[in-house]
Design a protein around this ligand. Structure first.
Ligand SMILES: [Zn+2]
Length: 158
């Protein structure tokens, strides 16, 4: 049995991504194409492959957060749990000091497209430097820079 460090769900041995929240239970190899190669422009593709795995590379951290987005997930902090969508808890990434709200933003997958929307966060969500407005639901592409409050991260498709 493997306990998910993000949501506490018990997963069977051999499962790679938590069945509830989608966070990787083991280290996921990320290949060589992306990390380290800091491209100035968001330029990547916008179609997920059938595994629907994305990597959130938080600025200043060594290892990216790997998530399998099966439906939708909320990016936030402790207390942001909801029945509607599992929470990716960013507390251990110093989220509170970076102005991340409990329910900050939501990732939604539709087919092979991934979308980002802001959930009325206090300090706003930015995609490549542009602030999301209340009803925006924008395509999140491979290589985009996502900022939650003051927490910057690069988004990569695996
Ligand atoms: Zn989990």
């Amino acid at each position: 049995m493997q306990i998910c460090t993000n949501c506490g769900t018990e997963n069977l041995d051999g499962v790679v991504f938590c069945e509830k929240c989608g966070v990787a239970l083991v280290a996921v190899s990320i290949g060589t194409k992306q990390l380290g190669g800091e491209s100035p422009m968001a330029a990547g593709g916008e179609r997920l492959d059938e595994e629907n795995i994305i990597l959130l590379h938080i600025h200043g951290e060594q290892d990216p957060l790997a998530i399998q987005v099966t439906d939708r997930v909320i990016l936030g902090r402790t207390g942001g749990e909801t029945d509607n969508a599992p929470l990716i808890n960013l507390d251990e990434h110093d989220a509170e000091n970076h102005g991340v709200s409990r329910r900050h933003a939501m990732l939604t997958r539709e087919g092979d497209r991934l979308y980002i929307s802001d959930l009325g966060s206090t300090n706003h969500t930015y995609l490549n430097g542009n602030q999301l407005q209340e009803h925006d639901n924008l395509v999140l592409r491979d290589g985009d820079e996502l900022t939650l409050g003051h927490m910057r991260m690069k988004v990569f498709y695996k």
